[in-house]
Design a protein around this ligand. Structure first.
Ligand SMILES: [Zn+2]
Length: 489
């Protein structure tokens, strides 16, 4: 029997506000333990929460960017559970009336072939069930092994930091689709500037719900939740493992139990964290200390009007405006910085295709080696554009351009300065090229005889020799024309 996986993702994104969701404490990462706390986020009796307007604006922005309907009235709710790093004994979240609902994202998603390459990318639509706001818990820090003498500390700096939880519909049918969705989600949040997307620092955290069902069956299988998938790689590995595990259990006649599992990357498997019986009953109820959150249509419209061009729209525009392939456009719009860099280069060079090739090829290589992102690219887009114009004008060859580019990356000089300093200009002058050609012909009687006996393919030997003689600076077209004349006698 063939099985089909059904996957949904729940993503927590930390909002980039300077202060917490319900108090004025700083959200700065890396402050001394418990420095960023006050009676509100410490959960002291009598302290009352006040909603951070900027956090609401960011949640609305994210909702709109993900195609969600923004509810004009949403309700904060208490989510009750005990945890040492949750001093209130509850999180303030949203339950039946979240800020955003019923969204759709259109993503250019493909499948992985046996070699790991992504192929057959097409546009697919995935649903977003809801986007709600909540405050984060603190952090427990453990020292030593639990079996021996050990200590645990509680750091409440993160307590009360604003989060949005974005819940997808169970629309993904492969780990690759879930992966592509998470990439898109992260990219969108970065484009609109509401989250830094840093998965290692926990600004973006992902849980996945996975089930499998016989292909063609409508009814969903029993789902398993995998928690804390804090990298793209872990998400894909965990999903692939879990899908295979569930199929194996069913094929052996077993049953899947509803449970929460964790991914162990070192061991390459998921393991049970808690079963359904141990699951929390959060006893949600409306937060009595906060009024319903009412948003005026004008305020929402203002936020919508301020949205930047979103990744999907930008990608489609790059295809239409610059004649790029969808794959290239997807890559070049992977960040706003990369897209801006490309556009500047394409416009200034007048050669969109060459701009794409240089940025995705040589420039990407330089950045990768330097461990840098496009945000701190050492070569200005205007310089790459100048290099392209220099090639297109015939001043240097494409081959020499590689040398110039390496030098640009090393020294930071402008291409024009490098070409003059190193004397790299292309030689198109017939007199000097003619002399070089005569020299080569004179030194190659055997090849000359071959050419004249009709083996005209041997011309490539002569071209190679002339290029060598001129250190790659000869204009290949001029060399070719001259050679044909001279070889014919
Ligand atoms: Zn506080």
């Amino acid at each position: 029997m063939k099985f089909e996986p059904v996957i949904g993702l729940e993503v927590h994104a930390q909002l980039l506000t300077r202060s917490k969701l319900f108090c004025g404490c700083s959200t700065q990462f890396g402050a001394p333990p418990n420095a960023n706390t006050c009676p509100v986020c410490l959960g002291l009796p009598g302290a009352l929460p006040v909603v951070n307007r900027e956090a609401v604006a960011m949640a609305v922005k994210a909702s709109l960017a993900l195609g969600c309907h923004v509810n004009p009235v949403s309700i904060f709710a208490r989510k009750n559970y005990f945890y040492p790093d949750l001093p209130k004994g509850y999180q303030i979240s949203q339950f039946d009336r979240p800020v955003g609902e019923h969204g759709t994202v259109r993503i250019f998603s493909g499948e992985r072939n046996e070699t790991g390459k992504i192929v057959n990318r097409t546009e697919k639509a995935f649903g977003i069930t809801r986007l709600h706001m909540e405050d984060d818990a603190g952090k427990s820090v453990h020292e030593g092994l639990p079996e021996t003498s050990s200590k645990s500390y509680v750091n409440l700096n993160r307590t009360g930091t604003p989060l949005v939880e974005i819940v997808s519909d169970p629309d993904f049918r492969s780990s690759q689709e879930a992966y592509d969705y998470l990439v898109h989600l992260r990219k969108t949040l970065l484009y609109i500037g509401v989250c830094d997307g840093n998965m290692e620092e926990g600004s973006l955290r992902c849980d996945a719900n996975v089930s499998v069902r016989p292909a063609g069956q409508e009814k969903l299988g029993v789902k398993v939740e995998i928690k804390n998938l804090n990298s793209f790689r872990f998400l894909q590995h965990a999903l692939d493992y879990e899908i295979a595990r569930q199929i194996r259990v069913l094929e052996e006649g077993g049953h899947i139990s509803q449970e929460t599992r964790l991914w162990d990357e070192a061991e390459g498997r998921t393991f049970v964290m808690r079963s359904k019986e141990e699951a929390h009953d959060y006893r949600y109820f409306p937060e009595p200390d906060l009024l319903p959150l009412k948003l005026s249509p004008e305020w929402i419209a203002g936020i919508e009007a301020g949205l930047p061009e979103l990744p999907g729209a930008k990608m489609n525009r790059f295809v239409a405006e610059y004649g790029l392939s969808a794959d290239d456009a997807l890559l070049l719009t992977s960040s706003a910085a990369s897209a801006d860099y490309y556009e500047e280069c394409a416009k200034a060079s007048g050669n969109p295709k060459a701009s794409a090739n240089w940025i995705m090829g040589d420039l990407a290589f330089v950045l990768k080696n330097a461990g840098k992102d496009m945000e701190d690219c050492p070569i200005p887009a205007a310089d790459v554009a100048e290099l392209i114009r220099t090639i297109d004008s015939g001043k240097i060859s494409g081959k020499i351009a590689k040398t110039v580019f390496e030098e640009m990356a090393r020294s930071g000089e402008k291409p024009g300065a490098i070409i003059s300093r190193m004397g790299l200009e292309q030689v198109s002058d017939e007199a000097s090229l003619g002399a070089a050609i005569d020299k080569i012909i004179a030194a190659s009687p055997k090849q000359l005889a071959e050419y004249r006996s009709g083996k005209t393919k041997v011309i490539s030997y002569f071209v190679g020799q002339v290029m060598k003689e001129t250190r790659g600076q000869a204009n290949p077209q001029v060399v070719n024309d001259l050679l044909q004349k001279k070889l014919a006698g």
